[in-house]
Design a protein around this ligand. Structure first.
Ligand code: GLA
Length: 745
């Protein structure tokens, strides 16, 4: 039982294994936020709310000059009625005013986790989860707002979403409908956001929350490379291991806004939801709007909160046959051939790869329509048999005859002007009448907000997926969306297009995963441009970045790991010099980094030397051997790629009896100081045998051999490794990687 209501004091206390969340409907009916943090008792925490007469903070109840919405901590803040801080809800009422005031009406507690129609959301059985729905109402307009709270007790996870219903008489327009707001009454906080760009996604950035409004978000149609819909709010002194830390993950793949504000009395507010810039939603009488969901977690240190999100996403967001099924080691031909391939060339690559132990071959962009570069063909999802030299079925059969799965690339939301689809349906492309649409990668966007477009894409993809033995789909989207307008919507509803586009995408994905449950769908948007918990509900893994340079990947995967588990990050070994950076790194380093994800290769195996193939074979065998540990272990960030000389991370099996420590030197120094790390998650009372594993490169420096420094087969106690630490073996060459396997004796 995780949800408790106390009629006497009006408190709702939500409990998980280690955390407590509390709110209270006060005498006026305002739903106050009273507590979120370390697990406490259920007593009313409103005692520490400070009410005093403050000039210019208005009083909705006249004579009570100490009662002001401008200073009270609230569950769902409204625009226009005296709370001058950032708000979660802004409604244009029938009379043209933009004001709402919500008061508690009723609540309901149910077993199991609520779901959201047409939207991704965490799921949980009656044994795992409970739902609280608190109904609020604006008495002046009859607007009904139902606040949804999901409690997943064992996971330490709360979820929030909102249903807004127009119970009034005329049309209203939602101008902002955030999924949550939350207030901290005391404390000085930092925010950790994850920003970047194409080929350099999710770089963590820590900043003090100062007075005024700070925000991250996206108006690009997708969650974007530039900002990620995941944020941490932490104490100024929080580290990986200690200090208050809160995480918020928006389960949505479209435009979002996460705003923070420190107010006049040093309180901090967070509001998170759909970005209001491209949003206006009309509700006719009786109609409802449901917001996407936010996942929330609290813990001590960034590491603890990340591990909650890892479990929550792995176990309660990712679904279907592939949730726990072993994901295949794959080879993708993109960097190996780009558009320049034939069926025979692909089979040659697949054949060599199969001999190394690769389990799936993925045919990337260029197999359809007229598509020999990225200027044409998008939308024409018909195999180019002339280029392939055979039918798709024949190619699939040749690949599967090698004992591999066969995968295929699509960009269903893309449309080239030079395509048969565009020539037949120019009105299906997103553009504003009378305005020349902006091209990006020389392509337009297919209007997924339209039902006829969705139906067409579903039918076409079903036809392709049924004509060959396909077990994997890479779902790409290679541009941001502007010129937002849909021919299918009236002018007063154009503000709905961006969100309807995302709902359309979700519908198409849902139909396809239902029709082809055995197919593993991998998300992608120019790499990591749509890496969010929303997509992970449909595609349990996402190509993490178009940057395959192992050293750059350290940063990208490090940042991604704050909010997302290793089992969701597509990560491949590519050729050197690296195609994005020109850097040369050892094959063992590339393997070590790629193994911290959905492991695969992205090169032409025929161009590998025999020695490299041998190493590749060993790498794949090693990954397969430690698959469960890597994919399901608890993940610890030990040294950051943004500091020092070496990036170190660790995965520990759920029972703490085995662990894998991976270390990659991103900066090599002469006469270096030793680097020590304290391991996490081991059992204090057990002894561990340490073993250097992985493929060793030729040493180019005549310094100590790692095995001597480190002591192959050394046995150390869990307590020593966690409290005293482990010395990371020195680098023997540039960008050296070490993998150290620990097993309890
Ligand atoms: C995107 C993907 C790449 C590749 C290309 C093909 O950039 O991220 O992996 O599939 O598209 O055009």
């Amino acid at each position: 039982m995780g949800i408790f209501y106390c009629e006497k004091d009006g408190t709702f206390t939500l409990q998980t294994k280690n955390t407590t969340y509390q709110m209270k409907a006060d005498r006026q009916g305002t739903l106050l936020h009273t507590y979120y943090g370390q697990k406490t008792d259920r007593t009313d925490k409103s005692y520490w709310i400070c009410c005093r007469d403050r000039g210019f903070s208005g009083n909705p109840y006249g004579m009570d000059r100490a009662y002001s919405l401008d200073t009270l901590p609230q569950e769902y803040s409204c625009f226009g009625t005296g709370d001058y801080r950032i708000s979660a809800l802004k409604v244009k009422n029938t009379d043209g005013s933009a004001a709402s005031a919500l008061r508690y009406v009723s609540h309901e507690i149910t077993e199991g986790k609520y779901s959201l129609p047409g939207l991704p959301a965490a799921y949980g059985t009656k044994e795992e989860a409970q739902t609280l729905i608190v109904t609020l109402q604006d008495c002046a307009t009859n607007l009904k707002v139902e606040l949804y709270y999901g409690v997943l007790e064992e996971v330490d996870l709360f979820t929030r979403a909102v249903r807004i219903t127009n119970d009034g008489e005329g049309n209203i327009v939602l101008q902002k409908a955030a999924s949550m707001s939350i207030d901290w009454q005391s404390g000085a906080y930092d925010r950790l956001t994850f920003c970047g760009r194409h080929t350099m996604e999710r770089n963590p950035e820590r900043a003090r929350i100062t007075h005024g409004v700070q925000s991250v978000g996206s108006v690009r149609g997708t969650s974007s490379h530039q900002s990620n819909p995941f944020m941490m709010i932490c104490d100024e002194s929080t580290t990986e291991e200690q200090g208050d830390c809160y995480g918020f993950s928006f389960v949505y793949s479209g435009e979002f806004l996460m705003e923070t504000e420190k107010d006049q009395t040093e309180q901090t507010r967070l509001v998170c939801g759909i970005h209001p810039d491209n949003f206006e939603w009309t509700l006719e009488p009786g109609e409802s709007f449901v917001t996407p969901e936010v996942l929330m977690a609290y813990g001590k240190g960034f590491g603890a909160v990340s591990r909650i999100f890892h479990e929550a996403i792995r176990e309660h967001i990712c679904r279907g046959e592939w949730k726990h099924k072993r994901r295949p080691v794959l080879i993708n031909n993109w960097e190996g051939t780009y558009f320049d391939f034939t069926g025979d060339r692909l089979v040659d690559i697949a054949q060599e790869a199969a001999a190394l132990g690769v389990e799936l071959f993925v045919m990337d962009d260029g197999w359809f329509g007229r598509r020999d570069d990225d200027n044409s063909g998008l939308g024409d999802w018909y195999p180019n048999e002339e280029k392939l030299g055979c039918t798709l079925q024949e190619l699939g059969e040749r690949i599967t005859a090698l004992g591999m799965g066969f995968g295929i690339w699509f960009e269903p939301e893309g449309i080239s002007e030079d395509s048969d689809l565009y020539r037949a349906h120019p009105e299906w492309a997103v553009r504003i009448p009378g305005r020349k649409p902006c091209l990006s990668r020389n392509q337009l966007v297919l209007d997924f907000s339209r039902k006829d477009v969705q139906d067409y894409v579903i039918d076409r993809l079903k036809a392709v997926l049924s004509q060959a033995p396909i077990s994997y789909v890479k779902w790409d989207f290679n541009r941001s969306i502007c010129d937002k307008y849909s021919d299918a919507l009236p002018k007063e509803r154009q503000g709905e297009m961006a969100h309807r586009f995302v709902l359309g995408l979700y519908r198409v994905l849902e139909e396809l995963i239902r029709a082809f449950p055995h197919i593993l769908f991998e998300g992608c948007s120019g790499g990591g441009g749509r890496f969010d918990a929303g997509m992970l509900y449909y595609t349990p893994q996402i190509w993490c970045s178009d940057n395959t340079d192992a050293i750059e990947r350290l940063k990208i995967q490090y940042g991604t790991s704050f909010g997302y588990p290793v089992s969701t990050m597509g990560s491949h070994v590519s050729a050197v010099p690296n195609h994005q950076t020109g850097r040369i790194t050892p094959l063992s380093t590339r393997g070590c980094v790629a193994m911290a994800g959905n492991f695969g290769y992205e090169l032409d195996v025929n161009r590998m030397t025999e020695a490299e193939k041998t190493k590749g074979r060993e790498q794949i065998a090693l990954f397969k051997k430690h698959y469960d540990l890597i994919q399901y272990g608890s993940y610890y960030r030990l040294c950051s790629p943004f500091a020092g000389t070496v990036t170190v991370w660790e995965t520990v099996s759920p029972d703490g009896t085995e662990a894998l420590v991976s270390a990659v030197y991103h900066h090599v120094q002469s006469n270096p100081a030793p680097v020590y790390v304290r391991l996490g998650g081991l059992r204090e009372d057990r002894m561990y045998r340490l073993e250097l594993i992985g493929v060793r490169e030729e040493c180019t420096l005549p310094v100590n051999d790692g095995e001597d420094i480190f002591g192959q087969g050394q046995i150390l106690s869990g307590a020593a490794l966690m409290h005293c630490g482990l010395m990371v073996p020195e680098a023997l060459n540039g960008f050296q990687a070490w993998q150290i396997y620990l097993q309890a004796q």
